[in-house]
Design a protein. Structure first.
Length: 256
């Protein structure tokens, strides 16, 4: 994972180096390429393993050796280059939760503990959680449209509807994982004396669910007009650069 951390840090440094040459809007968000690489690669890999393999131990090993290291290296670097400088507490909570819940699954011993003796269950649970990343490439596309469009266009409405739909699906998925994957195994965790791990797993899923519901609420402000009709932000080139909250619409008036 160290090599991946170095890669992300070098990529971030390179994007800062060339931001004067690439122009707006990429210059305002040097983390975009790293974010797109992370969310696309992890979501595609999760979909591939869950739906196009038999989820045998050698298939799940791909997630332990490739998927989780890619993701955790990104979260570590993003905390340093985005969350702390921008003082984005919600994203920091998200990143810390993901690190805390998924890092143990990357090792065989950790996956045994996290699965209360069933390592394959723990790895598949991690994979299912990462299906939530499917929303993020769409969110990046939406950000690009917000920064570049000068007038309303059909693809803006399509992207918004798809994005909101995927966030709603994320909420449903997380409730399912919380209740039917974790909740129904509580007695097994108690028998294996893994109550603390059970608590951390439940808490992690609950935190991500709350964040998902919060961001879904933000996305729904002004709906359906805000989804279907594009209005150029008045100060999009003067806002001091990208923040996740501004992109989602957190700073908009609730009546907009």
């Amino acid at each position: 994972m160290l090599y991946l951390v170095i890669f992300y840090l070098m990529l971030h440094g390179f994007m800062h180096l060339i931001k004067g040459m690439v122009g707006w809007p990429l210059s305002s968000r040097p983390t975009l390429i790293a974010n797109q690489l992370h969310c696309t690669s992890t979501s595609v890999l999760a979909v591939y393993i869950l739906f196009f393999t038999d989820c045998e131990p050698h298939d799940l090993k791909l997630w332990q050796q490739i998927g989780i290291p890619i993701s955790l290296a990104y979260y570590l670097c993003d905390a340093l280059w985005y969350c702390i400088p921008k003082a984005d507490a919600l994203m920091m909570v998200h990143h810390v939760t993901m690190l805390m819940c998924h890092y143990p699954v990357s090792s065989d011993a950790g996956s045994v503990l996290c699965g209360a003796g069933d390592p394959l269950w723990a790895i598949k649970l991690s994979l299912m959680g990462y299906l939530c990343e499917i929303s993020n490439p769409i969110m990046n596309w939406r950000w690009w449209l917000i920064q570049t469009l000068e007038k309303n266009r059909l693809d803006f409405a399509v992207v918004n509807v798809v994005l909101v739909s995927t966030f709603a699906a994320r909420a449903v998925l997380l409730v399912y994982l919380l209740v039917f994957k974790f909740g129904l195994r509580i007695m097994e965790f108690i028998e294996m004396k893994q109550v603390f791990i059970f608590f951390i797993g439940m808490l992690g899923h609950f935190v991500i669910l709350l964040l998902t519901l919060y961001w879904l609420k933000v996305l729904c402000r002004g709906a359906p007009k805000s989804w279907l009709v594009f209005t150029p932000p008045p100060n999009r080139k003067k806002d001091g650069g990208f923040t996740f909250g501004n992109d989602m619409g957190r700073n908009k008036s609730k009546t907009s």
